[in-house]
Design a binder for this molecule. Sequence first.
Ligand code: AMP
Ligand code: ZN
Length: 305
Amino acid sequence: MKKCRHCGSGGEIKVSYARIWLCKDCFTSFFERKVKRTAERHRMLKGVRRLAVAISGGKDSAALLAALKRIKLDADLTPIHINLGIPGHSSECERKARELTSLLDLELHVFKLEKEGFTIGMLGETRLGRRACAACSTVKRYWLNKLARELGAQALATGHHLDDTVEVLFNAYLTGDLETIARLRPALPARGKLIARVKPLISLTSQETLEYARILGLPFTSSKCPLGRGSRSLRRRKLIDKISDEIPGFRHTLLSTHLRVFQPIAEEHTELADLRECKLCGEPSSQEVCGYCKVKSAIKGHLAS
Ligand code: AMP
Ligand code: ZN
């Protein structure tokens, strides 16, 4: 039987890249220590009295919210969920988000996109259908930022973990997407009406967040978005998994090299577009009309025709 590296009792969880086993209690403390250290190292909570937390209903944001609550930060936690109106998916996500926050004794703020007169479920019928994921990201980013700011938060935390980050980096380096390379950081400062964004799980793997959520018995859904692009992203994930099997710590090394060497250089060589206010909605945008208002008018225009 494997022994826990920290306390010597039965080891139940394998931390693959470090080649160690931990018992459930020691794994939980290990996970929370890492979240705390990441938040401190990247000064994620500097000046933050209220931290909005984006809750999707999935395992990652469930683990994030529970860990943030358990490490007892100085900031108040304000969980936010966006119901995107995707048939066969969104209602289950909202249900799990509600269960999670009631278990953690926090008040969930839910925004239903249908209040705007359209849903992501309607995207399929429009010319944006083939780029549904990009349009949906624009919608999520817009409402998370707007709601977090209106609720008085100084920063917004998301459940992006190491696997997500490495996938984005892999793609960005492959295609030479300097702007993504420059902007991929654990914490992005506020700019005008765009509030600060933080990723406290950035150094934890997808498997670790799953183990943590399971150990604590957190409610989450494994429902996958039926509109999701899937295959290419899945192939890339599998490829990165294979590399990590051969080179344990591959993901951690790529992230640390990125942050230490390439990100600062990329940042120096890319200029941030000036921010102004969207002439239709007043939210921050680099163009006259923001991405969200464009998606909204494309869907509504289609519905009216
Ligand atoms: P995804 O882009 O679906 O991988 O999600 C990344 C992160 O965005 C999650 O961990 C959440 O923090 C946040 N998020 C995704 N979907 C929602 C949603 N419907 N409502 C609130 N936050 C979300
Ligand atoms: Zn707008």
